[in-house]
Design a protein around this ligand. Structure first.
Ligand SMILES: NC(=O)c1ccc[n+]([C@@H]2O[C@H](COP(=O)([O-])OP(=O)(O)OC[C@H]3O[C@@H](n4cnc5c(N)ncnc54)[C@H](O)[C@@H]3O)[C@@H](O)[C@H]2O)c1
Ligand SMILES: [Zn+2]
Length: 346
């Protein structure tokens, strides 16, 4: 068991990383556990055995990114109201990043905000989404466009939950681990080149959370360096949006998005061909996709603007600078971006 502390300007909380699921959530009021049928079917009894509270309620929402919506939030709020949860109550998010993001948001607005705990059950949620307090849902205009910053009170990342995770979902989590290494930690990137994540799970999770903690501790509200965690996401969110969240997993879109960002970084001489190839090779070693055929580059380009990070006319791109560092640029000429998109339309 290891513990990392996240400290923002307003709060501080522990992230517990362990290889078994023996942790304890003690709460002297009502608790609402929110999960989906798949995760609940596999692991709910183990979670419930770890909770001591006045009363524990469970509600499930359907599984999938397409349910990361306001309707699911409303459903959770109704569960909370009908069971008379009050401001001292606690929400527990039990699932992957989708559950974590929705429950974090629902708890942030229920009676102007109640506490919540993250118990992430996917690799992606353990290394990335459960930490840092970004919560929210999607709508027809794009991803995560509705939401708020609401930090959990604690995070329990137990690698044993990952034993039932399909290979493809596992790889999607590795994509975010590779993202952290490329942007912030050259040594960790080297480690990943010669070691498998599945054989070094607790270490890789702790390393990724440590990196994310450093970033979030400096910049909770994403006014500067935290934007670097969006490496691969500017392109990736457009792919997710254009494919209706159906063809690819989030981490897969991030994988393709990183390769697109690398292509742009290479054109700007921020990284060498060899560095670019190293990143692609590492992604491919987990069977992550590194190419998506763009049907119409202009439509793709326009879609950048429905991403909230590109609200104004300046698009923000996170570009690797060699390995272990990044540049956040908002003055990349449109022509250059279109050149990159053209390379993915062949
Ligand atoms: N808030 C943040 O900072 C942040 C960061 C990165 C990603 N995200 C969000 O996270 C979401 C993606 O998260 P995800 O990849 O965890 O997807 P997900 O939550 O959809 O989970 C993937 C699938 O795995 C299933 N699953 C979960 N745990 C399982 C287990 N232990 N065994 C078997 N199956 C299991 C889920 O039911 C689902 O079908 C996206 O919506 C993305 O926007 C948020
Ligand atoms: Zn992501």
């Amino acid at each position: 068991m290891s513990q990392i502390t996240i400290s923002t300007q307003t709060t501080s909380y522990p992230v517990h990383i362990s290889e078994n699921e023996n942790f304890e959530i003690i709460h002297n009021a009502k608790v609402l556990v929110v999960s989906n049928p798949r995760v609940a079917g596999l692991h709910l009894s183990k979670l419930l055995a770890n909770i001591s509270a006045k009363e524990v309620y469970v509600c499930t929402i359907p599984d999938g990114e397409q349910y990361k919506t306001m309707q699911s939030v409303e459903y959770i709020l109704e569960c909370a109201f009908s069971n008379k949860l009050d401001r001292s109550s606690l929400f527990v998010a039990f699932g992957g990043g989708v559950i974590g993001d929705i429950v974090g948001f629902a708890s942030g607005i229920y009676q102007r905000g109640v506490g919540f705990i993250q118990v992430p059950t996917t690799l992606l949620a353990q290394v990335d989404s459960s930490v840092g307090g970004k919560t929210g849902v999607n709508n027809g205009f794009g991803k995560n466009l509705i939401g708020l910053f609401h930090q959990p009170q604690a995070v329990y990342a137990s690698t044993s939950f990952l034993s039932t995770l399909p290979k493809r979902e596992f790889a999607a989590g590795v994509s975010e681990i590779i993202k952290m290494a490329v942007c912030f930690d050259k040594e960790f990137f080297r480690f990943l080149e010669s070691n498998r994540v599945e054989e070094n799970l607790a270490y890789c999770i702790a390393k990724s959370i440590e990196i994310k903690a450093r970033v979030v501790n400096q910049d909770e509200r994403e006014q500067g360096i935290r934007a670097a965690l969006n490496y691969g996401h500017t392109f990736g969110h457009v792919i997710e949006n254009l494919t209706g969240y159906r063809n690819y997993l989030h981490g897969e879109c991030v994988s393709i998005g990183m390769v697109m960002a690398n292509t742009l970084a290479y054109k700007l001489s921020y990284i060498s061909k060899e560095e670019m190839q190293k990143i692609s090779k590492l992604l491919e070693s987990y069977n992550l996709p590194t190419y998506h055929k763009i049907a119409d580059c202009h439509i793709f380009y326009e879609k950048f603007f429905s991403d909230k990070k590109s609200r104004d006319s300046n698009l923000t791109f996170v570009l690797p600078e060699h390995l272990g560092a990044v540049k956040i640029s908002n003055d990349i000429p449109k022509e250059l971006v279109l050149e990159v998109l053209e390379e993915f339309s062949k």
